[in-house]
Design a protein around this ligand. Structure first.
Ligand code: SF4
Length: 303
């Protein structure tokens, strides 16, 4: 029996569900029950009524969200070292400082934040629903963190003033994309449509034909009549795009755009975590209750 078969057998025995982010390794995506972006997986995590255990193949903040939304289930993060550097860029103290400076501004946090920060905000958002969440608020000045590029993008889309907290939060992987690389690829593939994630720089977003979260990119690629796409997000998404669109061609806008944290989940680590039920993600109850309210407010916004 190979490792994948062993994992699937264990999963059944333990009534576990495996969720995998779009940036996970192909072999992890292939054995997962659900593959998606943070909002799709957050929803799945909250809808999982029958599972007793959730194995969240992704990074720390996503598994934390699953634990917050499923307080009675065991949530495992196959590799505890899989931490999102962007989420580490925002602290509770920073949020409190910003709130003192702008006492009337609501606080909206990207789900790429730690649970302790989510507990301090009014509502969460993902890159897929950030525009709708900001539009839903009865305020024109909003504190937004931790991704400055997403804040800029949402501000452009809504006309509202988004004050970034911290001043310069960013995703190190998405900042690797450069508009020059897209221009070269467009010369090589003149019919290709360029897609970029809103975590990319404004220069990169300017050369993109389509801007959206990974779930929106997948939908766009599935529905578009185009046959070739330049992809401006982490390379793991290529596996899903190619699987869902075998007759279309996808070119990564920069070959080195690999999130090392997302790749820390391997079959060996997933197996060990599930077998020994180790790397259980726990969020203190008081923090979880407040953070859950911020996540649930996000689910209430239509997107
Ligand atoms: S791709 Fe960027 S935002 Fe996503 S987990 Fe990696 S570092 Fe964090």
């Amino acid at each position: 029996m190979d490792l994948t078969e062993k994992i699937l057998k264990l999963k059944k025995e333990k009534k576990a569900v495996i969720l995998a982010h779009n940036y996970q390794r192909p072999e992890i995506q292939d054995l997962a029950d659900y593959v998606g972006d943070s909002i799709e997986l957050s929803r799945k995590a909250s809808e999982e009524k029958d599972a007793e255990m959730i194995v969240f193949s992704a990074v720390d903040f996503m598994a934390e969200s699953a634990a917050i939304l499923n307080p009675r289930k065991k949530v495992l993060l196959p590799c505890l070292g899989a931490r999102c550097p962007m989420a580490q860029m925002l602290t509770v103290d920073e949020i409190k400082r910003a709130k003192k400076l702008y006492p009337n501004a609501p606080v909206v946090l990207y789900v790429n934040t730690l649970a302790s920060c989510k507990a301090e905000c009014d509502v969460c958002c993902t890159s897929a629903n950030a525009v709708e969440v900001i539009k839903s608020l009865d305020a024109d000045t909003i504190l937004f963190g931790p991704d400055k590029n997403l804040a800029e993008y949402v501000s452009e889309k809504t006309g509202k003033k988004l004050i970034p907290i911290p001043e310069n939060g960013f995703c190190p992987t998405h900042l690797l994309f450069q508009p020059e690389d897209v221009k070269v690829l467009k010369m090589q593939h003149p019919d290709a449509v360029a897609m970029a994630h809103p975590e990319c720089s404004s220069e990169m977003r300017k050369v993109a034909d389509f801007i959206g979260s990974t779930s929106k990119m997948c939908r766009y690629a599935n529905e578009s009549p185009a046959k070739e796409f330049i992809v401006g997000t982490e390379e793991g998404i290529l596996h899903r795009l190619r699987k869902e669109n075998p007759k279309k061609n996808f070119y990564l806008a920069y070959e080195g755009a690999i999130c090392p944290n997302m790749k820390l989940t391997t079959l060996d680590r997933l197996y060990a975590s599930l077998k020994e039920e180790k790397n259980v993600v726990k969020v203190p109850e008081a923090v979880a209750n407040k953070a859950r309210a911020s996540l649930e407010r996000m689910f209430e916004v239509k997107s």
